[in-house]
Design a protein around this ligand. Sequence first.
Ligand SMILES: CC(C)(COP(=O)(O)OP(=O)(O)OC[C@H]1O[C@@H](n2cnc3c(N)ncnc32)[C@H](O)[C@@H]1OP(=O)(O)O)[C@@H](O)C(=O)NCCC(=O)NCCS
Length: 151
Amino acid sequence: MEGMDIRRMQECDLPAVLAIQADLSFQTWTSGHFKTEILDVNYSMPWVLNSDTIEAYVVFKILGDEAELCSIATRRSAQRKGCAFYLLQKALAELQSRGVVREFLEVRRSNQSAQALYRKCGFGECGMRRKYYPDGEDALVMVRDHASHEL
Ligand SMILES: CC(C)(COP(=O)(O)OP(=O)(O)OC[C@H]1O[C@@H](n2cnc3c(N)ncnc32)[C@H](O)[C@@H]1OP(=O)(O)O)[C@@H](O)C(=O)NCCC(=O)NCCS
Protein backbone atom coordinates (compact mmCIF):
# COMPACT_ATOMS: atom_id res chain seq x y z
CA MET A 1 0.00 0.00 0.00
CA GLU A 2 2.78 2.39 -0.95
CA GLY A 3 1.76 6.06 -0.97
CA MET A 4 -1.36 5.40 1.06
CA ASP A 5 -2.07 6.46 4.58
CA ILE A 6 -4.77 5.57 7.05
CA ARG A 7 -6.34 8.26 9.17
CA ARG A 8 -9.55 9.07 10.98
CA MET A 9 -12.38 10.21 8.70
CA GLN A 10 -13.10 13.95 8.75
CA GLU A 11 -16.15 15.90 7.64
CA CYS A 12 -14.26 17.13 4.57
CA ASP A 13 -13.99 13.45 3.44
CA LEU A 14 -17.75 12.99 3.29
CA PRO A 15 -18.29 13.97 -0.37
CA ALA A 16 -15.71 11.35 -1.44
CA VAL A 17 -17.07 8.71 0.95
CA LEU A 18 -20.67 9.29 -0.18
CA ALA A 19 -19.53 9.17 -3.82
CA ILE A 20 -18.01 5.72 -3.20
CA GLN A 21 -21.32 4.50 -1.80
CA ALA A 22 -23.36 6.06 -4.61
CA ASP A 23 -21.13 4.60 -7.33
CA LEU A 24 -21.47 1.15 -5.76
CA SER A 25 -25.24 1.55 -5.32
CA PHE A 26 -24.45 0.89 -1.69
CA GLN A 27 -26.15 3.83 0.00
CA THR A 28 -26.58 2.37 3.44
CA TRP A 29 -25.43 5.49 5.28
CA THR A 30 -26.29 9.16 4.97
CA SER A 31 -23.99 12.07 5.62
CA GLY A 32 -25.66 12.39 9.04
CA HIS A 33 -24.73 8.81 9.98
CA PHE A 34 -21.09 9.43 9.13
CA LYS A 35 -21.06 12.78 10.96
CA THR A 36 -22.35 11.09 14.13
CA GLU A 37 -19.49 8.58 13.97
CA ILE A 38 -16.88 11.26 13.24
CA LEU A 39 -17.98 13.20 16.34
CA ASP A 40 -17.98 10.11 18.57
CA VAL A 41 -14.25 10.11 19.25
CA ASN A 42 -14.41 7.68 22.16
CA TYR A 43 -16.53 4.86 20.80
CA SER A 44 -16.36 5.10 17.03
CA MET A 45 -13.50 4.39 14.64
CA PRO A 46 -14.32 5.77 11.18
CA TRP A 47 -11.15 5.37 9.14
CA VAL A 48 -10.20 6.13 5.57
CA LEU A 49 -7.46 4.76 3.34
CA ASN A 50 -6.20 7.75 1.47
CA SER A 51 -3.82 8.41 -1.43
CA ASP A 52 -4.69 11.34 -3.71
CA THR A 53 -8.27 10.45 -3.02
CA ILE A 54 -10.21 8.25 -0.58
CA GLU A 55 -9.73 4.66 -1.77
CA ALA A 56 -11.65 2.89 1.00
CA TYR A 57 -13.27 3.47 4.36
CA VAL A 58 -14.32 1.41 7.34
CA VAL A 59 -16.38 2.27 10.41
CA PHE A 60 -16.16 0.30 13.64
CA LYS A 61 -18.22 1.03 16.74
CA ILE A 62 -16.63 0.04 20.06
CA LEU A 63 -19.01 -1.50 22.58
CA GLY A 64 -17.06 -2.32 25.75
CA ASP A 65 -14.61 -5.11 24.92
CA GLU A 66 -16.41 -5.86 21.64
CA ALA A 67 -16.73 -3.92 18.40
CA GLU A 68 -19.18 -3.89 15.50
CA LEU A 69 -18.09 -3.40 11.91
CA CYS A 70 -20.79 -0.97 10.74
CA SER A 71 -19.72 -0.13 7.19
CA ILE A 72 -16.89 -0.76 4.75
CA ALA A 73 -16.39 -0.08 1.06
CA THR A 74 -13.67 0.41 -1.54
CA ARG A 75 -13.92 2.81 -4.49
CA ARG A 76 -14.89 0.78 -7.54
CA SER A 77 -11.72 1.46 -9.53
CA ALA A 78 -9.54 0.58 -6.51
CA GLN A 79 -11.17 -2.78 -5.83
CA ARG A 80 -9.29 -6.12 -5.87
CA LYS A 81 -5.99 -4.41 -5.00
CA GLY A 82 -5.93 -5.28 -1.32
CA CYS A 83 -7.31 -1.95 0.00
CA ALA A 84 -10.10 -3.32 2.19
CA PHE A 85 -7.92 -6.14 3.51
CA TYR A 86 -5.13 -3.71 4.43
CA LEU A 87 -7.50 -1.23 6.08
CA LEU A 88 -9.31 -3.96 7.99
CA GLN A 89 -6.09 -5.54 9.26
CA LYS A 90 -4.89 -2.16 10.57
CA ALA A 91 -8.26 -1.42 12.18
CA LEU A 92 -8.39 -4.85 13.84
CA ALA A 93 -4.88 -4.33 15.26
CA GLU A 94 -5.91 -0.93 16.63
CA LEU A 95 -9.05 -2.39 18.19
CA GLN A 96 -6.98 -5.12 19.83
CA SER A 97 -4.60 -2.50 21.26
CA ARG A 98 -7.65 -0.73 22.74
CA GLY A 99 -8.71 -3.89 24.58
CA VAL A 100 -11.32 -5.18 22.15
CA VAL A 101 -11.45 -8.99 22.21
CA ARG A 102 -13.94 -9.70 19.42
CA GLU A 103 -15.68 -8.05 16.48
CA PHE A 104 -19.09 -8.74 15.00
CA LEU A 105 -20.66 -7.79 11.69
CA GLU A 106 -23.73 -8.44 9.55
CA VAL A 107 -23.45 -9.09 5.84
CA ARG A 108 -26.02 -9.79 3.16
CA ARG A 109 -26.31 -13.49 2.41
CA SER A 110 -25.74 -12.70 -1.29
CA ASN A 111 -22.61 -10.58 -0.73
CA GLN A 112 -20.00 -13.21 -1.55
CA SER A 113 -17.12 -10.75 -2.06
CA ALA A 114 -17.53 -9.17 1.37
CA GLN A 115 -17.92 -12.59 2.99
CA ALA A 116 -14.66 -13.73 1.33
CA LEU A 117 -12.93 -10.58 2.61
CA TYR A 118 -14.17 -11.20 6.16
CA ARG A 119 -13.15 -14.86 6.10
CA LYS A 120 -9.69 -13.85 4.90
CA CYS A 121 -9.50 -11.51 7.92
CA GLY A 122 -10.43 -14.31 10.33
CA PHE A 123 -14.18 -13.85 10.70
CA GLY A 124 -16.42 -16.90 10.83
CA GLU A 125 -20.17 -17.27 10.54
CA CYS A 126 -21.96 -17.45 13.89
CA GLY A 127 -25.61 -16.89 13.07
CA MET A 128 -28.24 -15.50 10.77
CA ARG A 129 -30.80 -12.71 11.09
CA ARG A 130 -33.77 -13.48 8.89
CA LYS A 131 -35.14 -10.62 6.77
CA TYR A 132 -32.67 -8.26 8.43
CA TYR A 133 -32.46 -5.85 5.49
CA PRO A 134 -35.32 -3.57 4.38
CA ASP A 135 -35.68 -5.54 1.11
CA GLY A 136 -36.18 -8.77 3.07
CA GLU A 137 -32.74 -10.32 2.52
CA ASP A 138 -31.23 -12.33 5.38
CA ALA A 139 -28.03 -11.23 7.12
CA LEU A 140 -25.23 -13.59 8.09
CA VAL A 141 -23.69 -12.68 11.42
CA MET A 142 -19.93 -13.14 11.55
CA VAL A 143 -17.51 -12.92 14.46
CA ARG A 144 -13.76 -12.67 14.88
CA ASP A 145 -12.14 -13.54 18.18
CA HIS A 146 -8.72 -12.03 18.80
CA ALA A 147 -7.74 -14.91 21.08
CA SER A 148 -7.91 -17.34 18.15
CA HIS A 149 -6.34 -15.14 15.44
CA GLU A 150 -2.91 -13.62 15.22
CA LEU A 151 -2.73 -10.33 13.32
C1 LIG B 1 -16.20 -6.00 -0.22
C2 LIG B 1 -15.23 -4.90 -0.63
C3 LIG B 1 -15.15 -3.88 0.52
C4 LIG B 1 -13.83 -5.52 -0.86
O1 LIG B 1 -12.93 -4.46 -1.10
P1 LIG B 1 -11.54 -4.67 -1.92
O2 LIG B 1 -10.66 -3.52 -1.55
O3 LIG B 1 -11.82 -4.87 -3.35
O4 LIG B 1 -11.00 -6.02 -1.28
P2 LIG B 1 -9.50 -6.56 -1.31
O5 LIG B 1 -8.87 -6.24 -2.63
O6 LIG B 1 -8.80 -6.08 -0.09
O7 LIG B 1 -9.72 -8.13 -1.24
C5 LIG B 1 -9.47 -8.88 -0.06
C6 LIG B 1 -10.16 -10.23 -0.20
O8 LIG B 1 -11.57 -10.03 -0.26
C7 LIG B 1 -12.14 -11.01 -1.15
N1 LIG B 1 -12.75 -10.34 -2.30
C8 LIG B 1 -12.75 -9.01 -2.54
N2 LIG B 1 -13.46 -8.74 -3.68
C9 LIG B 1 -13.90 -9.94 -4.14
C10 LIG B 1 -14.71 -10.32 -5.25
N3 LIG B 1 -15.16 -9.42 -6.13
N4 LIG B 1 -14.97 -11.63 -5.41
C11 LIG B 1 -14.53 -12.55 -4.53
N5 LIG B 1 -13.74 -12.26 -3.45
C12 LIG B 1 -13.46 -10.96 -3.25
C13 LIG B 1 -11.00 -11.91 -1.57
O9 LIG B 1 -10.89 -12.95 -0.60
C14 LIG B 1 -9.82 -10.98 -1.46
O10 LIG B 1 -8.60 -11.66 -1.27
P3 LIG B 1 -7.75 -12.12 -2.59
O11 LIG B 1 -7.53 -10.89 -3.40
O12 LIG B 1 -6.51 -12.69 -1.99
O13 LIG B 1 -8.62 -13.11 -3.30
C15 LIG B 1 -15.67 -4.20 -1.95
O14 LIG B 1 -15.97 -5.19 -2.91
C16 LIG B 1 -16.84 -3.26 -1.80
O15 LIG B 1 -16.68 -2.05 -1.56
N6 LIG B 1 -18.06 -3.81 -1.97
C17 LIG B 1 -19.29 -2.97 -1.89
C18 LIG B 1 -19.58 -2.57 -0.45
C19 LIG B 1 -19.82 -3.80 0.42
O16 LIG B 1 -20.37 -4.79 -0.02
N7 LIG B 1 -19.40 -3.67 1.71
C20 LIG B 1 -19.61 -4.74 2.67
C21 LIG B 1 -20.94 -4.63 3.31
S1 LIG B 1 -21.15 -5.83 4.60
